[in-house]
Design a protein around this ligand. Structure first.
Ligand SMILES: Cc1ncc(COP(=O)(O)O)c(C=O)c1O
Length: 366
């Protein structure tokens, strides 16, 4: 798909269902988008407010304090020791990075960009921007010669699937064989719920058990939008192979893709505090604990979803029938086809609604 052929924004197709859901006497329960609803923590807002004298241009590479905070955070929270300032780079939220990475990394027309079968749509958009060829595949054995970039997303959006260190290692090994950059989008890593992920941390692609200790050809993408309720700030970063980081930095400097200085200060505060992340995780755990059994009792099967911000559910029928039935209950959810052609029966429910709205959803589903 070339960039000129990008479809209309798919969410526009939800408008009639949203309109019907809004007519519910107790109002709409919108579980269709993953936009945080809880307040930005006070300590982050304070750091932002104290950094509003920003007369000079900020460094595209990030301030030394920010780069050090990112490296320290990877060591503390993600089991990745040894990163230096040269291994990390802030981005203006992660969506722009996802969309621009193929272009900025030098992916050329006709090169293959692999992304998950159930996928955040921007991976394919980024391939289109670079006139590359997207391929939806979760199996490293299927990745063809000519693959130059592989997107992984663990925990996944929309399906909440987690890749363990064996799966990550297999992906990195295949990427290195192909000479492809392997990038894991890890923004839901703090939200592990079930099975081993209730106890263990979800692994980073930069974990030494995955990379062998050298991040050659490997990047981790991370966003503070969800774990710190910072979606409106646009606060994210990448880490990994210092040569790739340096190449991206040069291109991003020329393109003016720099994170505003007050935001950099806010990110330092966010990355230095684990308590607000733990609090937010407990909010989502409680919401998930209400919504998941309510969906199951209403006839939905939940697939994967052992981590992350969504419940990936199916009634075994066409997703639009589920969307239609849900709209009558005043509930809005996202159809599986927005995340690739392989899941026509799935519906994505986001946990980003207030406790009161999630309870409303459970009452209506019953
Ligand atoms: C998997 C994944 N990657 C990236 C993003 C973009 O997040 P942001 O641009 O807020 O950092 C999202 C947002 O929902 C996402 O689900």
């Amino acid at each position: 798909m070339a960039i000129t052929e990008l479809p209309d924004y798919p969410w526009d197709r939800m408008a009639p269902y949203a309109e019907r859901a809004r007519r519910h006497p107790q109002g709409i329960v919108d579980l269709s988008v993953g936009s945080p609803v809880d307040p930005t923590p006070e300590l982050i807002r304070k750091a932002l407010a104290e950094a509003t004298d920003a007369h000079a241009y900020p460094a595209t590479a990030g301030s030394p304090a920010l780069r050090e905070a990112i490296a320290a955070w990877y060591e503390r929270r993600r089991g990745v020791p040894g990163l230096t300032r040269a291994h990390v780079l802030p981005t203006i939220g992660s969506k722009e990075l996802v969309a621009l990475l193929p272009l900025l990394a030098g992916i050329r027309p006709g090169d293959v960009v692999v992304h998950p079968r159930a996928a955040y749509p921007t991976y394919a958009v980024g391939a289109a921007i670079a006139d590359a060829t997207p391929l939806a595949s979760d199996d490293p054995d299927e990745w063809p010669e000519g693959t130059r970039l592989v997107w992984l997303n663990s925990p996944g959006n929309p399906d909440g699937r987690v890749l363990d260190t064996d799966a990550l290692r297999a992906a990195v090994a295949r990427g290195r064989e192909l000479g492809a950059l392997v990038v894991n989008d890890e923004c839901y890593a703090e939200l592990g719920w079930e099975g081993r992920w209730a106890e263990e941390s979800v692994p980073s692609i930069l974990d030494p058990r995955v990379t062998g200790g050298e991040p050659t050809g490997v990047l981790s993408v991370y966003s503070l939008s969800k774990q710190s309720n910072l979606a409106g700030y646009r606060a994210a970063f990448i880490a990994g192979d210092p040569e790739v980081i340096d190449r991206l930095l040069t291109r991003r400097k020329h393109a003016g893709l720099m994170l505003p200085a007050p935001l950099q200060a806010a990110m330092v505060a966010a990355l230095g505090d684990d308590a607000h992340v733990a609090e937010q995780r407990e909010r989502y755990r409680a919401r998930r604990g209400v919504l998941k059994p309510a969906l199951e009792a209403a006839g939905f099967t939940i697939d994967h979803s052992e981590a992350g911000l969504y419940l990936w559910a199916s009634e075994g029928t066409d997703a639009w029938r589920s969307i239609d039935r849900l709209a009558d209950l005043g509930i809005l959810a996202g159809p599986g086809e927005f995340y690739g052609e392989h899941f026509p029966n799935h519906v994505r429910f986001s946990l980003t609604a207030t406790d009161e709205r999630i309870r409303q959803a459970a009452v209506r589903l019953a």
